[in-house]
Design a protein around this ligand. Structure first.
Ligand SMILES: NC(=O)c1ccc[n+]([C@@H]2O[C@H](COP(=O)([O-])OP(=O)(O)OC[C@H]3O[C@@H](n4cnc5c(N)ncnc54)[C@H](OP(=O)(O)O)[C@@H]3O)[C@@H](O)[C@H]2O)c1
Length: 241
């Protein structure tokens, strides 16, 4: 897909990677960008009248149905909104572990299901789901989050197969550490949101099914491709400090 003259919707567009995606879409010549956020007043002023603010909490089923009924011209649905609980699978609060799965998996799936009828009427339409490199290896301090992103990745694989005959392509985006609020406590080299967003859109334009938009993710996935247990061993070493 060429972004130029296309219409995109970005969830969680008020900050972090989502905000950078809106800015990058504008730079790529998008015709219109729906910037969705759960609170409209949290959206920055993008200074561009191609941006249309949309109120959307991806855990609110009524809101999802309402928004999908109103907005029927999206070519590219970018599912960016997500949460991360830095808690242990062994003894972390189960409500936080459930919240990660609810938002990153079920919430995202519900948005996709609501938009499929309009996406399939737009030739060459696409869905891009931001999973994580944590979909490929479980980081113990982010155990529930990693599981939710593995679920998000698996969902995308299934949707890719089911939606291909309906003319909708599906991309996964699997970042490593990106310098946002979510990753503020990670002591690792981080890519800027602007660079990550530009690489995500480059991957979509190149038709890559699975996109690794930063050096951290690219390094880890090459270890995984060689031997996924080797990546697990690396993460275990990191966890031991
Ligand atoms: N940063 C990283 O290192 C990294 C690495 C891999 C993957 N990712 C993924 O990249 C995506 C963006 O993360 P980020 O780093 O930009 O994190 P962030 O700065 O914490 O931003 C998260 C965004 O998601 C929104 N959001 C959370 N729950 C929502 C809901 N129920 N409905 C609608 N919006 C919701 C937030 O809105 P509010 O402002 O209202 O909370 C915010 O806009 C996430 O899916 C994350 O898992 C990030």
């Amino acid at each position: 897909m060429k972004i130029e003259n296309k219409i995109a919707l970005v969830t969680g567009a008020n900050r972090g990677i989502g905000k950078a995606l809106v800015e990058s879409l504008l730079q790529h010549g998008a015709e219109k960008v729906y910037a969705a956020a759960r609170k409209l007043d949290s959206l920055p002023d993008f200074g561009d009248d191609r941006v249309v603010p949309v109120q959307l909490d991806i855990n609110n089923s009524d809101e999802i149905v309402r928004v999908a009924a109103q907005i029927t011209d999206v070519d590219l649905l970018l599912n960016n909104a997500g949460v991360a609980a830095f808690v242990s699978l062994v003894d972390g609060p189960t409500d936080l572990i459930a919240r990660d799965m609810q938002t990153n998996y079920f919430g995202t799936l519900n948005v996709i299901r609501a938009f499929i009828p309009s996406l399939e009427k737009r030739p060459g339409s696409a869905i891009a789901n931001i999973a994580s490199i944590a979909a490929f290896v479980n980081f113990p301090m982010l155990g529930g989050y990693s599981a939710s992103k593995a679920a998000n990745f698996s969902m995308s694989q299934g949707l890719r197969i089911e939606l291909a005959p309906r003319g909708i392509s599906v991309h996964t985006i699997n970042p490593g550490p990106i310098d946002t609020e979510m990753a503020k406590d990670l002591e690792m080299d981080k890519t800027t949101p602007a660079q990550a967003a530009a690489n995500m859109l480059a991957g979509i334009e190149a038709g890559e099914a699975d996109i690794f938009p930063d050096e951290g993710a690219q390094g880890m996935i090459s270890v995984w491709k060689n031997d996924y247990r080797e990546l697990e061993a690396m993460v275990a070493q990191m966890a031991e400090g």
